[in-house]
Design a protein around this ligand. Structure first.
Ligand code: C2E
Ligand code: MG
Length: 719
């Protein structure tokens, strides 16, 4: 293009140079006119700007293109020096182009062409600079060494210059920006990455070149992904979102990613530019903010908002499942005094300690919240019964008995607790909290350091149960437990075969209490472990005494509660007790209820086998009531089944009960087990059971449970 321009201009310039050589002939004049017209047209219509300057640098001719490039009409341009201030000329770097260095001046001074100089020229019409490539060619007259004029051509390269500028700017941005950038082709294959990409991910261009963009996704990435960008019909051409990215060595990180499509001339997606930044710190800050919105900054416990949210949510489930829940409202007694006396720092330390103590006592599923100043709320979901929260309330009260040591001060505090229950005391969170708060105020009025239910009856019941529990615990030290013994006889011979030990509690005010009044409480509170050990030890000691006296009894039968068997190190306890008393294990028989085997875990089966291996006999008590899997019967090493007295009572009158007794006897014998019937009160019952094949019996017919010095044992042995 440029070559062609030079050619055209060359022809045109030689036309001017030829003028003096032409003859005056008409032909010559005509030819001259035609040529002039032809070349003037060429001069005017070529795309490039053309300017003629005389040897002083004054413009003598311009074409239309030059007029447009300068943004000035011809009559303003012609007659002015090119260096005139109305032609503002700058260099590529934006500085003023000194006159003597400008191409036409250089061509004038040196007499040599100056080619391809880039310069900026102010366009007065557009009021901005345009960029030009300028050639300045000196023209000489015959025999002259000084150029008599300069031909200057101007080619507009503004567009090219702008896109070059954009490109170099993009390149600078690409490589200096802090965000990671990678570019994928239309097949989503990575073709280019920037420096920040490598810094952020540890992957170099080589590591990822040709890999699918998904290669950079972390395994845990599960959010809406850039796939959506290309989903047909979405019409999107950019996507923004969070993507978990992998690193070459370090852990994955969350990134905020923008993916933009680049389309080709046909409107087809040719590339995608993925720009991402590491938002780990932002997310941490966000999480922290989220935590602060729902937690108390001092104790880190859930605040009111979160508490309410949790209770709301839990009540919906409770309503659906018909379960119970409780709200415990705690207020520290006389906390204000501590704050005023020792200052807020100590007060804060105490609140933190209180929070810790409460948290240590509650179940995993309970919510502990700092409700306000010195008020805490515990929410218990899915409680087994209405009395359950009282236990926690009592433990909470007790946990404050121990003094707290804060900044060298020994602080003694207590708490008052109010309890409300769902659904009876309120159907919604606000009512439940309000009623627990009201109950707490009553606890304060009652002298602090205690708890109250919203319902008065429940408070009374809970206190009764607690005082019974406390009294039961004291029964051991106060020697209030007593063992009664009931004989077991062989149904064929009527001879004494064993003695069952049955515990009683001589209550200081209520008199002799049967097991049903205290065994369930002992089981619930865990006291059964100590109680059971006491029974085992005393029953074995009695057996030792009887044997020493020469009384012929085969077995001492001891009842073992399921909780006792499952919770304690039962086998070791039994072995230790027998050893300390010097009683052969063959004299001991343990009566276990079906629930002892319910879990039929390997551990349970192992424990049962250990007992049997030691020589102890096992019996299943109350066989036929409760649930017991027959499958278990094959796995566990029992020797005897005991038919529950409820079937014995009606064995004569009720065909069903007789059938059950018969079935249990047949089942036992089928498995080579002995069968004993419990609750035989009459000869008729005894005879019927004996006819059905039952081996042994126990009941009032032979003797009710009696104290060990009763003569009944000797009588039965003698018979
Ligand atoms: P169990 O092991 O089935 O004990 C038999 C119960 O039936 C005893 O009640 C006994 O007094 C009663 N009984 C005996 N013969 C007759 C009869 O002919 N007719 C009627 N109607 N009842 C009769 P007790 O002593 O009140 O014991 C009740 C339950 O308490 C026992 O049932 C046993 O499960 C539990 N128990 C007793 N002592 C202990 C113990 O030391 N540890 C454990 N864990 N539980 C014990
Ligand atoms: Mg029993």
């Amino acid at each position: 293009m440029f070559e062609k321009l030079k050619e055209d201009i060359g022809m045109f310039s030689s036309f001017f140079l030829m003028i003096p050589q032409l003859t005056n002939s008409k032909l010559a004049i005509d030819t001259l006119r035609i040529s002039e017209a032809k070349y003037r047209s060429l001069f005017e219509n070529i795309d490039q700007g053309v300017i003629y300057l005389d040897r002083t640098g004054v413009v003598i001719a311009v074409n239309q293109a030059a007029e447009q490039l300068l943004g000035l009409p011809r009559d303003v341009i012609v007659g002015r020096k090119f260096a005139d201030s109305c032609f503002k000329v700058i260099k590529e770097d934006g500085s003023i182009f000194p006159e003597e260095q400008q191409p036409p001046m250089q061509a004038l001074h040196t007499g040599k062409p100056v080619e391809g100089v880039i310069m900026g020229l102010f366009n007065s019409a557009r009021q901005n600079y345009i960029w030009l490539v300028v050639h300045a060619v000196p023209e000489f007259r015959m025999n002259e060494h000084q150029p008599h004029q300069i031909l200057m051509t101007l080619t507009d390269i503004t567009r090219q210059k702008q896109s070059e500028g954009k490109l170099s700017m993009a390149s600078v941005i690409f490589n200096t920006i802090g965000e990671g950038i990678f570019v994928t082709d239309k097949h989503k294959k990575i073709i280019s990455v920037n420096e920040a990409f490598t810094t952020l991910t540890g992957f170099s261009q080589q590591d990822v070149y040709g890999k699918n963009a998904r290669f950079l996704h972390a395994k845990k990435h599960h959010l809406t992904s850039d796939d959506d960008l290309n989903a047909p019909g979405t019409g999107l051409n950019s996507w923004q979102g969070e993507i978990w990215r992998r690193r070459k060595t370090n852990p994955d990180f969350p990134s905020w990613t923008t993916i933009s499509e680049v389309k080709d001339a046909n409107g087809e997606v040719s590339h995608c530019v993925h720009v991402f930044m590491d938002i780990t710190h932002f997310k941490k800050a966000q999480d922290h903010l989220g935590f602060l919105a729902y937690h108390d900054p001092l104790t880190k416990l859930p605040n009111r908002l979160l508490l309410k949210d949790r209770i709301d949510h839990s009540l919906q489930t409770a309503l659906r499942e018909g379960s119970q829940a409780a709200v415990l409202f705690l207020d520290l007694d006389r906390f204000k005094g501590i704050n005023d006396t020792y200052g807020h720092e100590v007060g804060d330390g105490l609140l933190r300690e209180v929070a810790k103590r409460i948290k240590n006592l509650v179940r995993k599923e309970d919510t502990v919240s700092r409700y306000a100043g010195d008020e805490f709320v515990v929410f218990m979901e899915n409680i087994p019964d209405a009395k359950n929260p009282a236990k926690l309330a009592q433990k909470l009260i007790e946990t404050f008995n121990a003094p707290a040591y804060i900044k060298g001060h020994r602080l003694k505090i207590s708490t008052s607790v109010g309890i409300s229950l769902f659904p009876q005391d309120g159907q919604d969170t606000d009512t439940l909290i309000k009623n627990a708060d009201a109950a707490m105020y009553r606890a304060k009025k009652e002298g602090r350091n205690n708890f109250q239910y919203y319902s008065m009856e429940l408070t009374t019941e809970a206190f009764e149960k607690m005082s019974r529990e406390r009294a039961l615990r004291q029964s051991l030290e106060r020697h209030e437990l007593i063992l009664y013994y009931q004989p077991q006889v062989c149904l064929k011979t009527g001879k004494l075969v064993g003695v069952e030990s049955l515990v009683r509690w001589m209550h200081p005010t209520e008199g002799l209490l049967p097991p049903k009044h205290f065994i369930p409480i002992a089981e619930e509170s865990g006291f059964i472990v100590a109680l059971g050990e006491w029974v085992l030890k005393n029953a074995c000691m009695q057996m030792r005494r009887w044997l020493d006296e020469g009384l012929k009894i085969n077995k001492m039968v001891v009842n073992v509660s399921a909780i006792q068997f499952l919770r304690s190190d039962f086998v070791a306890t039994v072995e230790r007790v027998l050893h300390s008393i010097g009683l052969d294990p063959c004299y001991l028989e343990l009566e276990l209820t079906g629930s002892s085997f319910m879990d039929h875990s390997d551990q349970t089966i192992k424990a049962l086998n250990q007992l049997v291996a030691a020589g102890i006999d096992l019996t299943i008590d109350d066989f036929g009531i409760g649930c017991f899997s027959f499958n278990n019967l094959k796995r566990i090493p029992v020797k005897k089944l005991k038919i529950n007295s409820s079937f014995v009572v009606d064995v004569l009158n009720n065909a069903n009960d007789e059938d059950i007794a018969r079935a249990v006897i047949a089942l036992g014998h089928g498995l080579h087990l002995q069968v004993i019937a419990m609750g035989i009160e009459s000869n008729a019952q005894q005879n019927r059971l004996r006819d059905l094949g039952c081996d042994e019996g126990q009941g009032y017919l032979y003797s009710s449970p009696v104290l060990p010095w009763s003569t009944v044992f000797r009588t039965l042995v003698a018979e």
